[in-house]
Design a protein around this ligand. Sequence first.
Ligand code: SF4
Length: 463
Amino acid sequence: MKEMPVPILAPYLFQQRLLAWFADHGRHELPWQQARTPYRVWVSEIMLQQTQVTTVIPYFERFMARFPDVQALAEASQDEVLHLWTGLGYYARGRNLHKAARVVMDEHGGAFPVHSLEAMAALPGIGRSTAGAVIAQSTGERAVILDGNVKRVLTRLHAVAGWPGRPAVERRLWALAEHYTPHAQVVDFTQAMMDLGATLCRRGSPDCGRCPFRDVCVAHARGEEKRFPESKPKKALPTRETLMLLLQDDKGRVLLEQRPPSGLWGGLWSLPQFDDHGDLEGWLDVHAPGAELAPARSPFTHVFSHFRLEITPQPARVTRLDAVSEQRRWVEPGRPDGIGLAAPVKGLLESLAPFTLSAPQGPRPDSQEEESPMSQTVFCRKYQQELEALPFPPLPGKKGQEIQASVSRQAWEEWQALQTRLINEKHLNMLDPASREYLMEQMERFLDNRETDQAEGYVPRGE
Ligand code: SF4
């Protein structure tokens, strides 16, 4: 039997209530609502897919400052686009945005085809709902939208059963959206639908008491708001494992590789990845002979939509590398400027910047300084005697200089060994500020000969 929408309100009543609510409570000051060109609306719509407005705003503003129009975006390199996308996730969106800009330039003379839903929806990364939103928001022409927010409102208003990704459910929701969309005031109407879903009819905590449809909403009447929309039937996510090589040179720089243009983290820069230690060591034998492996760090999990990736960072230090090429480069952990990074790699680099585990931070590559062949000495605060000094500050900033001026190489190397054990055996997450603070405190205790926490297997010097 053909499914028919069962409207709860006549369209004009629905529109009247929604627009009255929007006038008082909607969002009118979002950056992409100013100068609503198809380009600005399109970029905002792509960024807003699966991402909240507050997260998107600074990305949108940086993006517009760098790429003020579609031509600037089309002429940029993919690397530059992905760099500005780093942290927003779902990088296929960034790649498609770039591709679509080139299609608009090459096939549409630099103007978005906003008078044809089909032509808009044919651009890379733009589906029917996004095409509708760009058309409605930038031209005021009637176009229907059905993004995640609108789906949530409609499934609740009508208690639509079934996962909205199922074609039959989706068809029904499109029919409802079509039914309610007006021919005038389309800009406000589409924004109002999205705002109602984002600010009142929220996924986990709908604020039905303030909703203009609380008296007619079927899910609310049944007290079943959170049952809708129904979730996708769950399949257990498979787990894959990988080793990420954290290879540092004697200046503390880390080797990154560019991923192939498509697939996982396509086009982004990442650490070299291996299935097992045999592969990793084989690669080091060929490309970085003489590399020294440090103890592996505790694994952590990065969850993708279709699988979980268990990542074990494997630190190593090298003095010679035969494999630097277009697709491989050394970067300083605190300054991976101008390139798009895979999310877990960004976190790993940040964790290295203040806590260099396997190599002290050296001078910048453009420094004219050379290390003196004579070892310097320092009065070591731990051993209370003159001992060989560290050749470089081991941490960035003032703290690193303080340590270089008061801690011997021997004491520092012993602290690094203890630190590595503490990280591994206590499963510290170096992205967590509390873990870093804990290690700083342990470091001070160790260097002052006060009692420290002991990782299992660690034998204090002299015992
Ligand atoms: S009454 Fe509640 S559940 Fe229904 S549309 Fe409004 S906010 Fe959503």
